[in-house]
Design a protein around this ligand. Structure first.
Ligand code: DHB
Ligand code: MG
Length: 221
Protein backbone atom coordinates (compact mmCIF):
# COMPACT_ATOMS: atom_id res chain seq x y z
CA UNK A 1 0.00 0.00 0.00
CA UNK A 2 2.91 2.36 0.37
CA UNK A 3 4.61 1.62 -2.93
CA UNK A 4 2.74 4.42 -4.62
CA UNK A 5 0.93 7.59 -3.66
CA UNK A 6 -2.54 7.06 -2.24
CA UNK A 7 -5.60 8.35 -4.12
CA UNK A 8 -7.25 11.06 -2.06
CA UNK A 9 -11.06 11.18 -2.33
CA UNK A 10 -13.15 13.96 -0.78
CA UNK A 11 -13.70 12.10 2.49
CA UNK A 12 -10.03 11.34 2.96
CA UNK A 13 -9.10 14.91 1.98
CA UNK A 14 -11.49 16.33 4.58
CA UNK A 15 -9.93 14.00 7.13
CA UNK A 16 -6.43 15.15 6.21
CA UNK A 17 -7.45 18.78 6.63
CA UNK A 18 -9.36 18.04 9.83
CA UNK A 19 -6.38 16.51 11.59
CA UNK A 20 -3.62 18.72 10.22
CA UNK A 21 -4.68 22.07 8.83
CA UNK A 22 -3.86 25.02 11.08
CA UNK A 23 -5.10 27.83 8.91
CA UNK A 24 -4.72 31.32 10.35
CA UNK A 25 -8.06 33.16 10.42
CA UNK A 26 -6.80 35.80 8.00
CA UNK A 27 -6.12 33.09 5.42
CA UNK A 28 -9.54 31.50 5.94
CA UNK A 29 -11.06 34.94 5.29
CA UNK A 30 -8.94 35.40 2.18
CA UNK A 31 -10.03 31.99 0.93
CA UNK A 32 -13.68 32.94 1.41
CA UNK A 33 -13.19 36.23 -0.43
CA UNK A 34 -11.19 34.68 -3.27
CA UNK A 35 -13.88 31.99 -3.76
CA UNK A 36 -16.01 34.71 -5.40
CA UNK A 37 -13.23 35.68 -7.82
CA UNK A 38 -13.67 34.51 -11.46
CA UNK A 39 -10.18 32.96 -11.32
CA UNK A 40 -10.61 31.41 -7.88
CA UNK A 41 -9.08 28.13 -9.12
CA UNK A 42 -5.69 29.88 -9.24
CA UNK A 43 -5.50 30.05 -5.46
CA UNK A 44 -3.26 27.44 -3.85
CA UNK A 45 -4.81 24.91 -1.47
CA UNK A 46 -4.56 25.54 2.28
CA UNK A 47 -2.49 22.44 3.02
CA UNK A 48 -0.10 23.51 0.26
CA UNK A 49 0.28 26.89 1.93
CA UNK A 50 0.97 25.20 5.25
CA UNK A 51 3.48 22.87 3.57
CA UNK A 52 5.37 25.77 1.97
CA UNK A 53 5.40 27.59 5.30
CA UNK A 54 6.94 24.50 6.87
CA UNK A 55 9.59 24.36 4.12
CA UNK A 56 10.44 28.02 4.70
CA UNK A 57 10.78 27.39 8.44
CA UNK A 58 12.88 24.24 7.90
CA UNK A 59 15.27 26.21 5.73
CA UNK A 60 15.39 29.16 8.09
CA UNK A 61 14.38 31.22 5.07
CA UNK A 62 14.78 34.97 5.35
CA UNK A 63 14.70 36.17 1.77
CA UNK A 64 11.99 34.82 -0.53
CA UNK A 65 10.67 35.34 -4.02
CA UNK A 66 7.27 34.72 -5.51
CA UNK A 67 6.43 34.81 -9.21
CA UNK A 68 2.63 34.97 -9.45
CA UNK A 69 0.86 36.43 -6.44
CA UNK A 70 -2.86 36.43 -7.38
CA UNK A 71 -4.80 37.37 -4.21
CA UNK A 72 -1.96 36.58 -1.83
CA UNK A 73 -2.61 33.24 -0.15
CA UNK A 74 0.87 31.79 -0.79
CA UNK A 75 2.71 35.05 -0.06
CA UNK A 76 0.99 35.36 3.32
CA UNK A 77 1.62 31.68 4.13
CA UNK A 78 5.33 32.11 3.46
CA UNK A 79 5.69 35.61 4.92
CA UNK A 80 4.15 34.47 8.23
CA UNK A 81 6.85 31.78 8.41
CA UNK A 82 9.68 34.33 8.13
CA UNK A 83 11.43 36.10 10.97
CA UNK A 84 10.39 39.75 11.44
CA UNK A 85 13.35 40.96 9.37
CA UNK A 86 12.46 38.49 6.57
CA UNK A 87 11.68 39.80 3.08
CA UNK A 88 9.49 38.53 0.27
CA UNK A 89 9.67 39.99 -3.23
CA UNK A 90 6.25 39.42 -4.80
CA UNK A 91 6.00 39.64 -8.60
CA UNK A 92 2.77 39.79 -10.58
CA UNK A 93 1.22 41.41 -13.65
CA UNK A 94 -2.27 41.95 -12.22
CA UNK A 95 -2.93 45.18 -10.30
CA UNK A 96 -6.50 44.11 -9.40
CA UNK A 97 -5.80 40.70 -7.86
CA UNK A 98 -2.76 42.10 -6.05
CA UNK A 99 -4.88 44.91 -4.61
CA UNK A 100 -6.71 42.16 -2.72
CA UNK A 101 -3.34 40.66 -1.75
CA UNK A 102 -2.12 44.02 -0.42
CA UNK A 103 -5.23 44.39 1.70
CA UNK A 104 -4.67 40.95 3.25
CA UNK A 105 -0.91 41.50 3.71
CA UNK A 106 -1.90 44.38 6.00
CA UNK A 107 -4.51 42.30 7.82
CA UNK A 108 -1.96 39.50 8.31
CA UNK A 109 0.64 41.95 9.63
CA UNK A 110 3.17 41.05 6.92
CA UNK A 111 2.87 44.10 4.63
CA UNK A 112 6.23 45.43 5.85
CA UNK A 113 7.95 42.18 4.82
CA UNK A 114 6.60 42.09 1.28
CA UNK A 115 7.69 44.17 -1.70
CA UNK A 116 5.25 43.98 -4.62
CA UNK A 117 6.67 44.47 -8.10
CA UNK A 118 4.05 44.80 -10.81
CA UNK A 119 4.99 43.92 -14.37
CA UNK A 120 6.20 41.17 -16.64
CA UNK A 121 7.76 38.38 -14.56
CA UNK A 122 10.87 37.93 -16.66
CA UNK A 123 11.52 41.68 -16.65
CA UNK A 124 11.06 41.90 -12.87
CA UNK A 125 13.44 38.97 -12.32
CA UNK A 126 15.99 40.55 -14.64
CA UNK A 127 15.66 43.76 -12.62
CA UNK A 128 16.38 41.86 -9.39
CA UNK A 129 19.46 40.36 -11.04
CA UNK A 130 20.58 43.78 -12.27
CA UNK A 131 20.14 45.14 -8.73
CA UNK A 132 22.65 42.60 -7.42
CA UNK A 133 20.34 40.05 -5.78
CA UNK A 134 21.95 37.01 -7.48
CA UNK A 135 22.78 34.18 -5.07
CA UNK A 136 20.90 35.73 -2.14
CA UNK A 137 17.42 34.14 -2.05
CA UNK A 138 16.57 31.18 0.18
CA UNK A 139 13.23 30.21 -1.31
CA UNK A 140 11.24 30.93 -4.46
CA UNK A 141 7.71 29.95 -5.49
CA UNK A 142 6.78 30.02 -9.17
CA UNK A 143 3.03 30.07 -9.84
CA UNK A 144 2.49 32.30 -12.87
CA UNK A 145 1.84 31.70 -16.60
CA UNK A 146 2.97 28.17 -17.37
CA UNK A 147 4.66 29.13 -20.66
CA UNK A 148 6.96 31.37 -18.63
CA UNK A 149 8.22 28.66 -16.25
CA UNK A 150 11.53 28.00 -18.10
CA UNK A 151 12.44 31.71 -18.00
CA UNK A 152 11.34 32.03 -14.35
CA UNK A 153 13.30 28.89 -13.46
CA UNK A 154 16.57 30.02 -14.99
CA UNK A 155 16.40 33.42 -13.32
CA UNK A 156 15.21 32.03 -9.99
CA UNK A 157 18.07 29.54 -9.99
CA UNK A 158 20.55 32.39 -10.42
CA UNK A 159 18.83 34.40 -7.67
CA UNK A 160 18.93 31.48 -5.21
CA UNK A 161 21.84 30.85 -2.89
CA UNK A 162 23.48 27.42 -3.13
CA UNK A 163 21.15 25.10 -1.21
CA UNK A 164 18.19 27.39 -1.90
CA UNK A 165 14.87 25.97 -3.00
CA UNK A 166 12.49 26.80 -5.84
CA UNK A 167 8.95 25.35 -5.93
CA UNK A 168 6.74 25.18 -9.04
CA UNK A 169 2.95 25.04 -8.85
CA UNK A 170 0.58 23.11 -11.12
CA UNK A 171 3.07 20.61 -12.45
CA UNK A 172 0.31 18.00 -12.86
CA UNK A 173 -2.20 20.38 -14.51
CA UNK A 174 -5.21 18.57 -13.05
CA UNK A 175 -3.94 15.35 -14.64
CA UNK A 176 -3.85 16.84 -18.13
CA UNK A 177 -0.10 16.17 -18.38
CA UNK A 178 -0.97 12.53 -19.14
CA UNK A 179 -4.02 13.22 -21.31
CA UNK A 180 -2.88 12.87 -24.96
CA UNK A 181 -5.87 14.97 -25.99
CA UNK A 182 -4.74 17.92 -23.85
CA UNK A 183 -2.80 20.06 -26.30
CA UNK A 184 -3.34 23.51 -24.75
CA UNK A 185 -0.19 25.60 -24.63
CA UNK A 186 0.01 25.67 -20.81
CA UNK A 187 -0.13 21.88 -20.55
CA UNK A 188 2.37 21.42 -23.38
CA UNK A 189 4.64 23.92 -21.64
CA UNK A 190 4.42 22.10 -18.30
CA UNK A 191 5.10 18.74 -19.95
CA UNK A 192 8.26 20.10 -21.56
CA UNK A 193 9.26 21.87 -18.36
CA UNK A 194 8.82 18.74 -16.21
CA UNK A 195 10.94 16.75 -18.68
CA UNK A 196 13.68 19.37 -18.68
CA UNK A 197 13.94 19.44 -14.87
CA UNK A 198 14.22 15.65 -14.74
CA UNK A 199 17.53 15.79 -16.60
CA UNK A 200 18.86 18.94 -14.96
CA UNK A 201 21.96 18.14 -12.88
CA UNK A 202 22.05 21.59 -11.26
CA UNK A 203 19.26 20.64 -8.87
CA UNK A 204 18.02 18.03 -6.42
CA UNK A 205 14.48 17.21 -7.46
CA UNK A 206 11.17 16.01 -6.05
CA UNK A 207 7.71 16.24 -7.60
CA UNK A 208 5.30 16.31 -4.68
CA UNK A 209 1.70 15.23 -5.45
CA UNK A 210 0.11 17.83 -3.18
CA UNK A 211 -2.73 19.95 -4.55
CA UNK A 212 -2.11 20.25 -8.34
CA UNK A 213 1.47 18.99 -8.06
CA UNK A 214 4.36 20.93 -6.56
CA UNK A 215 7.87 20.38 -7.87
CA UNK A 216 10.70 21.16 -5.47
CA UNK A 217 14.13 21.91 -6.93
CA UNK A 218 17.08 22.56 -4.62
CA UNK A 219 20.02 24.41 -6.10
CA UNK A 220 23.04 22.18 -5.73
CA UNK A 221 26.07 23.90 -4.20
C1 DHB B 1 -4.41 28.01 -13.32
C2 DHB B 1 -3.23 28.57 -12.88
C3 DHB B 1 -2.75 28.23 -11.64
O1 DHB B 1 -1.58 28.73 -11.18
C4 DHB B 1 -3.45 27.37 -10.82
O2 DHB B 1 -2.91 27.09 -9.60
C5 DHB B 1 -4.63 26.83 -11.24
C6 DHB B 1 -5.11 27.15 -12.49
C7 DHB B 1 -4.94 28.36 -14.65
O3 DHB B 1 -4.24 29.06 -15.38
O4 DHB B 1 -6.03 27.93 -14.97
MG1 MG C 1 -0.97 27.75 -9.45
Amino acid sequence: MSRQTIQIDDTLYEYLLGVSLREPEVLAKLRAETAKHPQAQMQISPEQGQFMALLARLMGARKCLEVGVFTGYSSISVALALPPEGRLFALDVDPEATAIARRYWKRAGVADRIELRLGDGTGSLDALLAEGHAGTFDFAFVDADKEGYPAYYERSLTLLRPGGLVAFDNVLRGGRVVDPGAKDSATEAIRAFNRSLHGDSRIDLSMVPIADGLTLARKRP
